[in-house]
Design a protein around this ligand. Structure first.
Ligand code: GAR
Length: 197
């Protein structure tokens, strides 16, 4: 059984896609053992509660130093004996010591075709604003392993999504979620659970 911890910051639609895929048995031999948010108001925490999944908030704001926050986050993940950490819209930099400790056991979903529109400063709607500003005709999503860089780890899955005339960042974001993110992230977890990556 693959023990998964999902880290979130916001609405949690990707978390929901994972929960649904587990319930629908599109993801098998996998248990979501905890959901951690850095933001106590994140709707993602409600989604976890509704699904009966252990959840908590660990926020840098509640610690005097970044080091204390990092230690608390790692301690919580260790407690749950997690095999795979999934960053599903988690907007906090992952501590380097956690990346080392959980090498090839942390994956992230990014809402563009890496290496386009990724790296420092590219998150959430900002990614789609940049894609529209550049005038690309195709964007998409990427699931990748997390390494020491920002969005630089080995790519697991990618899917392209068309940019349409008149798209706003919000409309493009939603299309990329619907057509790519909510499909890719559960698929990557299923592949990892079955040793296919
Ligand atoms: C998603 O679009 C995800 O790809 C993005 O944040 C959104 C979270 O939505 N992640 C990043 O930009 C990471 N760099 P959700 O909370 O509804 O899953």
């Amino acid at each position: 059984m693959l023990r998964v911890c999902v880290l979130v910051s916001g609405g949690g639609t990707n978390l929901q896609a994972i929960i649904d895929a587990v319930n629908e048995k599109k993801i098998t031999d996998t248990q979501i053992v905890c959901v951690i948010s850095n933001n106590s108001g994140a709707y993602a925490l409600e989604r976890a509660k509704n699904a009966g999944i252990n959840n908590c908030c660990i926020s840098p704001k509640n610690f005097e130093t970044r080091d204390e926050f990092n230690k608390a986050l790692i301690k919580k993940i260790d407690e749950y004996k997690v095999d795979l950490v999934v960053l599903a819209g988690f907007l906090v930099v992952i501590p380097p010591e956690m990346i080392k400790k959980y090498e090839r056991r942390i994956i992230n979903i990014h809402p563009s075709l890496i290496p386009s529109f990724c790296g420092t400063g590219y998150y959430g709607l900002k990614v789609h604003e940049a894609a529209l500003k550049r005038g690309v005709k195709i964007s998409g999503a990427t699931v990748h392993f997390v390494d020491e860089g920002t969005d630089t780890g080995p790519i697991i899955l990618q899917k392209a999504v068309e940019v349409l005339e008149g798209d706003t960042p919000e409309v493009l974001q939603r299309r990329i979620m619907e057509q790519a993110e909510w499909e890719l992230l559960p698929r990557a977890i299923q592949m990892i659970a079955h040793g296919e990556v």
